[in-house]
Design a protein around this ligand. Structure first.
Ligand code: DON
Length: 308
């Protein structure tokens, strides 16, 4: 695996310059675009990584995977009263479907859906920041993990579109807390930083029938029940890359979650997880080198979304 990752890294780095770092969140525009890291974590506790796999990056929409799982754990199937589970076929920050669909977002991974999920969590937890950070620190086995306050502030100051969607959903009765408060929480969640090794570790429960791995690589806790882990993977496969979800399913075929920080996490159920990071994005907001690297990895390993 180490050789495969080194080969993929060489091939991917040849693509530097083909995308652009996200600039609509001003603090993200400062990131050096020419970085590439990839880490694979196996269900037996082993990990492999190359390149900038230990450099922290902004999770951005990858946080939507974790907040959704927390909401599912908190209120179970009631989440489906507030959000759908169909691919949107539209941009991550699109508002067009919201009005015709009466303020019920298509799925929990587009911005509108993630805002509803953060609204649910804001109602459920007295101290949401601590609940989320606590869960992420345990999952990633990274006690110092935190959000980047500059990135959170930068996004909060330019969140007009997300705020518009939150107010629209409130007008439809699908938003229970003050939009300002939920946006504060949402922007902090998006600004959480992890490196590739930590992200691969943090999502291990999705590859391991809901079980997390402890520090020693020993099977640790049942973080999510196995049926829900399977369902979350189905949702990631169909909705995890926004309006590129079909293209990603065709090229890569694994459940994925992308973010405008340039990170992508992918799940090979029964095998392990892959986290890749390269900040240059394509027109749909997904990492150019990240998508390429995952495509090469499945070509070289033949990993599929079915447990082996
Ligand atoms: O709300 C936003 O626009 C960002 N915090 C997250 C968007 C994102 O990561 C979309 N991913 N490709």
């Amino acid at each position: 695996m180490q050789d495969i990752l080194a080969q993929i890294s060489d091939e991917a780095r040849a693509l530097f310059g083909q995308g652009k770092v996200a600039s609509y969140i001003p603090a993200l525009a400062k990131v050096n675009p020419r970085q590439f890291g990839i880490a694979v974590a196996f269900t037996d506790g082993q990990t492999c990584s190359v390149g900038d796999a230990n450099v922290p990056f902004s999770l951005q929409s990858i946080s939507k995977l974790f907040t959704f799982v927390l909401a599912l754990k908190a209120i179970g199937d009631d989440v489906w009263k507030r959000v759908g589970r169909e691919p949107s076929g539209a941009a991550f920050n699109s508002m067009v479907q919201l009005e015709t669909e009466h303020g019920i977002p298509r799925n929990p991974f587009i911005n509108a859906g993630a805002l509803v999920i953060t609204d649910i969590l804001t109602s459920h937890y007295a101290h949401l920041d601590y609940a989320l950070l606590g869960a992420l620190r345990k999952l990633a086995d990274a006690p110092m993990l935190n959000w980047n306050t500059e990135v959170a502030k930068s996004e909060r100051g330019t969140s007009h579109r997300n705020m518009a969607m939150a107010y629209f959903m409130k007008s439809c009765g699908n938003f229970h807390n003050a939009p300002e408060l939920v946006l504060d929480n949402y922007c902090r969640q998006c600004a959480v930083e992890m490196n590739c090794v930590q992200l691969a570790q943090a999502t291990m429960f999705l590859a391991h029938s809901g079980r997390n791995l402890g520090q020693s690589g020993q099977a640790n806790a049942q973080f999510l029940n196995a049926d829900d882990a399977r369902r979350v993977n189905a949702l990631l496969l169909t909705c995890g890359a926004y309006d590129a979800a079909g293209d990603y399913a065709y090229r890569i075929g694994l459940p994925v979650k992308t973010g405008v920080g340039g990170g992508i996490v992918a799940v090979a159920p029964g095998i392990g997880t892959i986290a890749v990071w390269a900040p240059e994005l394509d027109a749909k907001g997904n990492s150019v080198l990240g998508g390429f690297a995952l495509e090469r990895l499945v070509e070289l390993t033949r990993w599929t979304p079915h447990a082996t």
